[in-house]
Design a binder for this molecule. Structure first.
Ligand code: ADE
Length: 307
């Protein structure tokens, strides 16, 4: 089911205001690769009203991409063009499928994913058991953790206001820009719109089970409130500097554990107030979970109090 460029050209509807000439892009290097596609670092000339060259990230497909991947990337564009917020990754332009591969051009976040960033700040144990603290300006304090959490809540509050459900909120999908500004990215998309039951079975391997609310696992129900559940897991990732949730738990067993009321315990270095917030996000009843605005206000107060 390899993509036929000719048969799909007509389905691409990109508004003129987002079209960007391919000749003004210089690809520099590969930033990341998934099963869906590739992210490339590039320079774009005179993009989004900025004169000269800007660093950008280009999302594109692998040569052997399937039709589905093409639709996924297109729907990511459809979502991104609606959003404009300091804590959500910004769309800059699109090179359509008419004269080459589909490119979705987004702002470049120089510090990469929050998960990798957090993991890099962990101390390194040398073979003679000395602790190596690498880069001093790479340190992450408890206050930084709260600040990251507040920024993400701010962006998610905006997305929930415009009725956009993310579906894949996790530290790996938060990007950090030059000044450590958090940018929500990699929208879980409208994946299921094209997804019949057969496809769901096929794609089950890439469902982020450990971030999913029980109702998403059981009934494929995705709402802002299931985003709030994932946000609680993301908080846990922040506090543990990028650990993988539910250590030692097999994903096959997770749903039953959650139904029995099992939740992750408080990480040893985690403030009681922050753990209480996680637990509220993990309420089995979606309507009992806090809103992103309530989460934002709570974190804002914590940050204000702890000056
Ligand atoms: N990796 C994935 N998307 C990226 C972006 N926009 N900037 C930097 N690295 C990325």
């Amino acid at each position: 089911t390899s993509l036929d460029p000719n048969s799909d050209t007509k389905s691409v509807k990109v508004e003129t205001k987002w079209k960007f000439p391919r000749q003004r892009i210089v690809i520099e290097q590969l930033l990341g690769e998934g099963e869906f596609g590739r992210v490339l670092k590039a320079k774009a000339f005179n993009i989004a009203g900025k004169p000269g060259y800007s660093l950008v990230a280009v999302k594109t497909l692998k040569p052997d991409a399937r039709k589905q991947d093409f639709y996924d990337l297109l729907s990511e564009y459809q979502l991104l063009k609606q959003v404009h917020h300091p804590h959500v990754i910004q769309l800059l332009g699109v090179c359509t499928h008419e004269d080459g591969p589909l490119y979705v051009i987004i702002e470049y976040a120089s510090q990469g994913s929050l998960r990798n960033y957090l993991r890099k700040t962990r101390h390194i144990m040398t073979s003679d058991l000395r602790l190596l603290e690498d880069n001093p300006d790479h340190r992450v304090t408890p206050r930084d953790i709260l600040s990251f959490a507040r920024q993400i809540a701010c962006g998610m509050s905006y997305l929930s206001d415009i009725k956009l459900v993310h579906r894949d909120l996790a530290a790996r999908n938060i990007l950090l820009s030059e000044n450590r500004v958090c940018k929500i990215s990699d929208f879980g998309l409208t994946r299921d719109i094209y997804e019949d039951n057969a496809y769901f079975k096929k794609s089950k391997g890439r469902v982020p089970v450990k971030w999913m609310a029980p109702e998403s696992l059981a009934d494929h129900l995705y709402t802002t409130k299931s985003d709030v559940w994932s946000y609680g897991i993301l908080l846990w990732e922040l506090v543990t500097l990028g650990a993988t949730p539910y250590p030692g738990v097999q994903v096959e067993n997770l749903y039953h554990l959650l139904k029995e009321g099992y939740r992750m315990e408080k990480p040893s270095n985690c403030a009681t107030s922050l753990y209480a917030l996680m637990k509220k996000c993990w309420n089995v009843r979606p309507d009992c979970r806090p809103s992103f605005l309530e989460i934002y206000d709570f974190l804002d107060n914590l940050l204000t109090d702890s000056i």
